[in-house]
Ligand binder design. Structure first.
Ligand SMILES: Cc1cc2nc3c(=O)[nH]c(=O)nc-3n(C[C@H](O)[C@H](O)[C@H](O)COP(=O)(O)OP(=O)(O)OC[C@H]3O[C@@H](n4cnc5c(N)ncnc54)[C@H](O)[C@@H]3O)c2cc1C
Length: 384
């Protein structure tokens, strides 16, 4: 016999937990989260850098970020200390005159949509980040951007969802999904099965496998991403913005008395490998040395460094909404490096879709899976 619930969420990462939280806040009963591991947030969420920014160039990315920030501000008192959202700012720096022009257009677009962002000249960049070296033509600074604690946020969402009646089951891997004669979805795990009219795919890098269980072709690929930790770095201020060399893509931020370095490898093939590649730092060594020499001088501590999986779609935007031809099967996937920052908004949007029939807080129609079949992918230029 299959058990019955109202909503089954597959995956207890930051996305699944946000969906559970927002559902229960909207009064939804019978919420059940199924997680294959023995802990919440132990997938990509545990590996994230924790950046949150509204400096994007597509309307939908920008709106997802603004809604997330609004939700985080609203929940700030409830979350308490330590805060999970710290708006320490995002600073993009360039030495390229053409890129300064592109930044000026992006800033104009973002400001017209209510983003707190300013275009900086070279002096203003150096004033904000005296550790930046090399040619500087200008930059941008978003003051509400900053850091979001992935584990803290996930635990808060889940704790509150459970307090409001949601149930979470660990060691419960979903292995099949079938539609029964009544039109409900039966989700099979090694431990049994649960039937519900609504099932949310929040399986992170495994999302396309879960979608395939219902015959849905979901283009979400797992792609390894490294984060590298330096040795102690006393020459940098204790608090710095997320600072990105827009010319090379190297990002640095404080990690205690050390510095965390992020860099995207364009040649990384899709796959589930999360082993840290000791040869990886050679890819950004020159750019680090010329733009952030004080960070390079701190040396690297590879034992503290790690790699995890981005869940990447062809246009680097999430897929949010009902799967085509599968009523009741909802997708919250493919965040392409933005899943932590967009989790509050995505959870709210999916919860509204389930309880009210449409997402009222943010228009998620541009993120429908159908955009790929229509040949209308989105185009974001500020991808890290
Ligand atoms: C190195 C790195 C840096 C990043 N930096 C940032 C950043 O700065 N800012 C940002 O916003 N995002 C960042 N991201 C991306 C972010 O981590 C992800 O987008 C986000 O965590 C996705 O959350 P999720 O809940 O969808 O996935 P996950 O956290 O992976 O959760 C999915 C869950 O589903 C479970 N699951 C999978 N299959 C099944 C199944 N069949 N049955 C049951 N359970 C299942 C998994 O065990 C997992 O717990 C980064 C990612 C990496 C790897």
């Amino acid at each position: 016999m299959s058990e019955s619930r109202d909503v089954v969420i597959i995956g207890a990462g930051v996305i699944g937990c946000s969906v559970a939280f927002h559902l229960t806040r909207l009064g939804q009963r019978g919420v059940c989260v199924l997680e294959k591991e023995n802990l919440p947030g132990s997938g990509s969420t545990a590996k994230a850098n924790g950046g949150i920014r509204a400096q994007f160039t597509t309307e939908v990315n920008l709106k997802m970020s603004l809604l997330s920030m609004e939700i985080l501000d609203r929940l700030g008192d409830e979350i308490g200390d330590p805060p999970v959202y710290r708006p320490t700012g995002y600073l993009f720096v360039t030495g390229d005159a053409g890129r300064v022009q592109a930044m000026a257009s992006a800033v104009e677009f973002q400001r017209s949509r209510g983003v707190a962002v300013e275009l900086l000249d070279a002096d203003a960049v150096r004033a904000r980040a005296p550790f930046v070296a090399g040619a500087v033509g200008g930059g941008t600074f978003g003051s509400r951007d900053g850091f979001l604690d992935p584990g803290g946020l996930t635990n808060f969402f889940l704790r509150e969802a459970i307090r409001a009646g949601a149930e979470v089951r660990y060691h419960d891997e979903v292995v099949a999904i079938e539609r029964d004669r009544g039109g409900n979805l039966r989700v099979d795990t090694g431990a049994g099965s649960v039937t519900a009219p609504v099932v949310v795919n929040a399986a992170g890098p495994y999302a396309s496998r879960v979608a395939a269980m219902l015959g849905v072709d979901l283009p979400v690929a797992p792609v390894r991403r490294h984060l590298v930790i330096t040795g102690p770095c006393p020459s940098l201020p204790p608090l710095i913005p997320m600072t990105i060399d827009a010319d090379s893509g190297v990002l640095v931020r404080r990690e205690g008395d050390r510095v965390l370095i992020a860099y995207s490898n364009p040649d990384e093939p899709p796959g589930f490998n999360t082993a840290f590649d000791p040869d990886f730092p050679a890819r950004f060594a020159d750019a680090l040395e010329s733009r952030f020499p004080a960070v390079a001088a701190a040396g690297l501590d590879l034992r503290r460094s790690w790699a995890g999986l981005y869940e990447v779609t062809p246009d680097h935007h999430a897929v949010l909404g009902t799967a085509p031809g599968q009523p009741g099967f909802l997708l919250a996937n493919g965040f392409s490096g933005h899943g932590v920052m967009h989790a509050p908004a995505a959870g709210r949007a999916i919860a509204e879709l389930i309880t009210r029939g449409r997402s009222e807080s943010v228009d998620i129609s541009p993120l429908a899976l159908e955009r790929f079949a229509r040949g209308e992918p989105l185009r974001e230029t500020m991808v890290l």
